[in-house]
Design a protein. Structure first.
Lengths: 195, 195, 195, 195
DNA sequence: TATGAATGAGCATTCATTCAT
DNA sequence: TATGAATGAATGCTCATTCAT
């Protein structure tokens, strides 16, 4: 990558960062291209030169965000803590890049995901899901996970909780019940019947 | 209620219905007052006469929606099926008014709820929560519910799943895992360890 | 005037009063027909039944106002005070119906006057001007008024000052200079050179 | 000022000119931003880019107008004519930028003035008033001005007449009485009693 | 006669996008 | 490449006026 391209990439990142910050804070719909340009200290047209349209910018912002978030998640998954702890951190760890996402942005993110936008789709298929499956298998080996439950269902479950926790209005309300939620995740509403 | 008022109420309902349909389908922000007026076959101004502003219209639309949804939920809760079946239906019953809500509308709904808008808040406090608590207590009596888990946590859990299922992009994907999800809800990822 | 007509007249007056109050307070342009209807406790349509249009309502409101103001002015002019005192009161007497008129209303009033709307025109010609001329002649007889100055010019002068004083933004600022203004009116910027 | 800025300033002036013309002719409230845009041959949005809002545009238009009017007034005041002639010209000189202002615009102008909008306020304090005081002092030295009358009162008087003359409906009617008005200004309704 | 309901036309303002340099 | 300037289209909202009872 020569100087030109490096500078170009830098500027792109600057724009993506600005966009991500604003999208996270106020949602996609409420943020105008002008605001992003302003925050990134570039002209609106520069944004169009790099990203074609607000829609495309949003797509790339999501990709940028996914990449960042994945770095954090991967670190956690590869770390040396017990299975239950991993699960708990995965769900409640507020440090993650995702923290305090404006719901509106999350929606766009999820839509992107389910729309089959190749990058996100591939990211899940090639990176996120395998790593999670690996985690569950580890959990099964250690007796934490019911062998009869499909990985898909568990994943759905975990993403669901995680996502729910991201919501501004939910997190604080639910924090006091962290223990209960964890218990529910592991043993369901019927409780640990072995005890 | 005389003829005048009846007609007024009818028109109001017509507008609310149109608004609800459109909000559900495309979200609040993407639907213009003009579109609602069009769909309801009234003039924009009539909407303003009845509802003051788009914001207020949205509030009333949410109330209208909650009322409708509650009718269905209450029927289910009062019906003569077993506890597990009730829970399952509560979560997966697609017949409910809520079906296929555009996420954006849901966001507004939840914001309304957490903002302490009196009607919704009161609705939960006075109607929804008591009925749910009653359900859980019944479940506990019959041994389906861990006595150590708080009602709040369970409710959070159920609403979370329910809400998640409402999402256009999720429902179809998750349907095949209905059984697994139900199991997870009841026994968690550890599975029914009593078996 | 039978009961019907009396009630009709009463309602008309009620509307005119409401309109006048609002016009005075906020100007003609900022007051909507709905507000007038509201303040007068009648329906908008009733206003249209009586006055045809907002424009016509305004015309009649002005007439109503002129009639009221004239009553006060006439009383003053017919009273038993000296010529200079009369002039002074005429100009500075804040009690008059006109007090604290929103400028915007005054504009409409003056436009009406200069447009040759028959009533106002006639009012001036038949009532106001003759009375003023009478006053000036009395003033001339007593040596207060230069015989060489035309009545028209004096009238213009007095109306001008009076009108200027009506303006919200002017009255308070100018009050401290009341004496100076009066002197200027009587002796001009050159001052009383006889002294 | 480079080419960019020059063109920008030019366009701004073009808009201000259009706005001033329209405001003068029909008043502020009756003129829509669209009309101004049309007359200035720019898009509405351009106006918003330059002036933020209709209100701000109006403020700047007033400033623009004051500046223009002052240029003419200053020239007159610095010219080599007698004191009485200066006063007369000041009042009756129709050439001035102010000519035939719609009253509504004048209201906004005066409101601006009395609201303490810094520019106009400062303009009066630093420029207009000192120059006028200078004029009066000159008049006093030459025996045209009563030493006992305050500058404030005289200024009030002159502005009042000037303003009154600006009004569309007044000027033509009053023109025949120019001489009388001037006499009244100098000697009051009592007349020049020295004669 | 009186009125609640309804409306077409208009307004200030915002925004994603393109033009011209 | 980068940008200041410009814009068409749309939006929420208001108002004087008319309809229908």
């Amino acid at each position: 990558m020569d100087g030109f391209q490096r500078r170009k990439a830098l500027k792109k990142t600057k724009i993506l960062k600005a966009a991500l910050d604003l999208f996270k804070a106020h949602g996609v719909q409420k943020v105008s291209v002008a605001e992003i340009a302003n925050k990134a200290n570039v002209s609106q047209v520069t944004i169009y030169n790099y990203f074609e349209s607000k829609d495309k910018l949003m797509e790339e912002t999501i990709i940028y965000y996914v990449d960042q978030a994945w770095l954090e998640a991967e670190e956690l998954l590869s770390s040396d803590v017990s299975f239950p702890e991993k699960i708990k951190l995965l769900i409640f760890n507020k440090k993650e890049a995702a923290s305090n996402i404006h719901e509106d942005f999350y929606l766009y993110f999820m839509k992107e995901y389910s729309n089959g936008s190749s990058y996100i789709e591939e990211f899940y298929e090639k990176k996120a899901i395998p790593k999670m499956v690996e985690l569950f298998n580890e959990g099964r080996k250690k007796g934490f996970v019911d062998p009869e439950i499909s990985n898909e269902a568990i994943m759905f479950y975990i993403y669901m909780i995680k996502e729910y926790m991201q919501r501004e209005d939910v997190y604080d309300k639910i924090l006091p019940y962290t223990e209960d939620i964890t218990k529910l995740l592991f043993y369901g509403i019927a409780g640990d019947r072995k005890k």
